[in-house]
Design a protein around this ligand. Structure first.
Ligand code: PAF
Length: 283
């Protein structure tokens, strides 16, 4: 496994590998890797000949007052985990390598970034699409793998890939969960024991929503009401949003009469947590 910090060095190596006919897969990450990342890496390994992961805590996707400075980082631990998962190249540039002085170009996907997390984090997706576009240009992967936990991010990246004609297959992978259902996230490291316990209610509430939907409830207000009740019963969780949206355009629905995503974002202590569940009508 090679660990590369320079853009030029990774570009030269990838150029050589592509000329040899190798299929390159990329898993973009912000590090502090967990089993959720491992499942993305395994998929990357399965689909490609050369597995690249990027480890870069991207400053442009954090808003003012968010957790950029304290975001968990442990490159040595990440290297061990990546090696075990069969990663061939880690690309871990520093912030100045990606955003040199006088940097001024951003990629903005319009409509699908406005709702959900876009409401409380208005510059977040611009940062995500900018860095992902740059990673695509640097690593030139044939395939890129993302988690479905960040549902809006996945929809946004698919939109960017279509709109900007990237010749890259985007693969979404199911959310990896702890035994008690909590979606894996690097930010779970912020939770103290009572917060960690309360956070279990998120998945519990999604399952209850799915149960209601499967038994015929289509009214968004009713489903969301149940979800809110379960989360509120913990007492220490602040809701940012709980919404049900069309999976394609991420617009709010009133009735679940098509494929929809129930998406939520909450604050538990210092951690902002997101989770979601796709609701599929039978016909
Ligand atoms: O999902 C993440 O970890 C980040 O948003 C990504 C895609 C690596 C871009 O910084």
């Amino acid at each position: 496994m090679r660990v590369i910090t320079s853009i030029t060095e990774v570009q030269v190596l990838i150029e050589k590998l592509r000329r040899e006919g190798k299929i390159i897969s990329l898993v973009p990450t912000m590090g502090y890797l967990h089993q959720g990342h491992v499942s993305l890496m395994k998929e990357g390994k399965r689909r490609g000949d050369v597995l690249v992961i990027s480890i870069f805590v991207n400053p442009t996707q954090f808003g003012t007052g968010e957790d950029y400075d304290v975001y968990p980082r442990d490159l040595e631990r990440d290297k061990k985990l990546a090696e075990r998962a069969g990663v061939d190249i880690i690309f871990s540039p520093n912030a100045l390598e990606i955003y040199p002085r006088a940097y001024q170009t951003y990629v903005q996907v319009e409509e699908v970034t406005k709702n959900l997390c876009g409401l409380s984090r208005p510059t977040h997706f611009r940062g995500v699409t900018t860095v992902v576009a740059k990673l695509f240009n640097i690593v030139k992967p044939h395939i890129a793998i993302f988690g479905e936990k960040d549902f809006q991010q996945l929809v946004t990246i698919r939109q960017m890939v279509r709109d900007l004609n990237y010749d890259i297959e985007i693969v979404g992978m199911p959310t990896h969960r702890e035994e008690d259902g909590l979606a894996m996230s690097s930010r779970n490291a912020y939770l103290n024991p009572p917060e960690r316990k309360a956070a279990r209610s998120l998945y519990r509430s999604l399952l209850r929503a799915s149960e209601l939907f499967t038994s015929g409830e289509q009214q968004v207000e009713k489903i969301i009401g149940e979800v809110k009740k379960i989360i509120a019963s913990e007492g220490i969780i602040t809701v940012d949003y709980i919404k049900i949206c069309d999976t394609e355009n991420l617009q709010d629905l009133i009735v679940v009469d098509r494929e929809a995503v129930l998406a939520l974002a909450v604050k538990v202590g210092k951690a902002r947590l997101i989770d979601n569940l796709v609701l599929k009508p039978l016909h």
